[in-house]
Structure formats: structure tokens, C-alpha cells
Design a protein around this ligand. Sequence first.
Ligand SMILES: Cc1cc2nc3c(=O)[nH]c(=O)nc-3n(C[C@H](O)[C@H](O)[C@H](O)COP(=O)(O)O)c2cc1C
Length: 167
Amino acid sequence: MKLLELIKKRYSVRNYLSKPIESEKLNYIMECTRMAPSAVNLQPWKFAIVTDEKLLTALQSVYPKDWIKSAPCIIVACVDHDISWHRKADNKDHGDIDVAIAVEHLCLAAAEQDLGTCWVCNFDAKACHQIMQLAPQLEPVVLIPIGYPADNTIPEKKRKSIKEITL
Ligand SMILES: Cc1cc2nc3c(=O)[nH]c(=O)nc-3n(C[C@H](O)[C@H](O)[C@H](O)COP(=O)(O)O)c2cc1C
């Protein structure tokens, strides 16, 4: 599959089947994730792959939309602020950028495997930190519900034109 086809195949899935994800698929997705580039190759990321029923239920409470409850797995992508690169000139922390690249690798790899994902950032990060019992230097950046889509219709991509996004 051409990269552009795969990019168009990935979309935000907000309804999942309860069918569990095969461990081979999850391993492949994590292999694609860990190959992501990062500033100074510091790889300042940690991923919690949550499938345990009790923990999933607790985690769902940090994002108050019912659709997330359909996902059989949620991946919590975290940045490690003790590891992330801070630019010398202004101390800008590049950890979020690194995590974002790795997470998009994850989402594209999942789409290739016919799995759906959705970036979720509008969650209660403090509550998530507590529920996941994360170390102080770890910050949960994005939740990625992942699973087989309940509906396989790929929605139309509404995007700005190349002309609109070039200066
Ligand atoms: C950084 C980021 C944060 C997002 N947070 C949420 C979110 O909290 N809830 C949600 O339903 N979708 C969220 N999305 C999904 C976007 O709404 C979606 O990617 C966008 O509308 C384009 O649609 P598509 O992913 O289907 O191509 C987020 C996407 C990104 C990249």
C-alpha cells in the first residue's frame, strides 16, 4: 500500500468492536512506534497498553465520552520530562513533539493492520496520572483507544488545500 493510501485509510474511530487485538498485531504496531525519530534520539516516551477490565474502566473516567468505553484497549502515551531534549537557546521541551511523532507511527501502523485509533488529548491528565500510578517525571500526553472499528466506512477527509497551507 502506498503511504498516501495508508494516510487516507487512518481516521478517527469512535466506535469499536469488543474483539481483542491479536498480540502479533500489537507487537508490530509497537515496533513501528519505537522506530520513530526523536530529538537527539533520546526516545523520551513510555506507553502503557491497558486491556485489564478494571484499569480500563478507571481510565475511561478521565474522558467523559461514552464512545471510548467501546475500545478493548487504550494506550496511554507519556513523555518522560527527565529524558526529553530541551533546546539550549530557550529551554523549549521537545518531548511532546517526539511523542506525537511516535503516536502517529502507532496510528498509521494500526490502520495498516485494519485497526482503528483516535487521538484523545481532551482528557483529565491529572486523574490519568493518578489512576495509572505514573512516576512524577512522566506526563500522559495522549490516550489512544485502539481496536477493530465497528463500522468500516472511511469518512471523507476534510482538509485545507496545499495552496491554503503554503506561505
Ligand atoms: C492532538 C490531537 C488531539 C485530539 N483530541 C481529540 C479528543 O480529545 N477527542 C476526539 O474525539 N478527537 C480528538 N482528536 C481527533 C481529531 O478531531 C481528528 O483527528 C480530526 O478531526 C481529523 O479527523 P480524522 O482523524 O478522522 O482524519 C485529536 C486529534 C489530535 C491530532
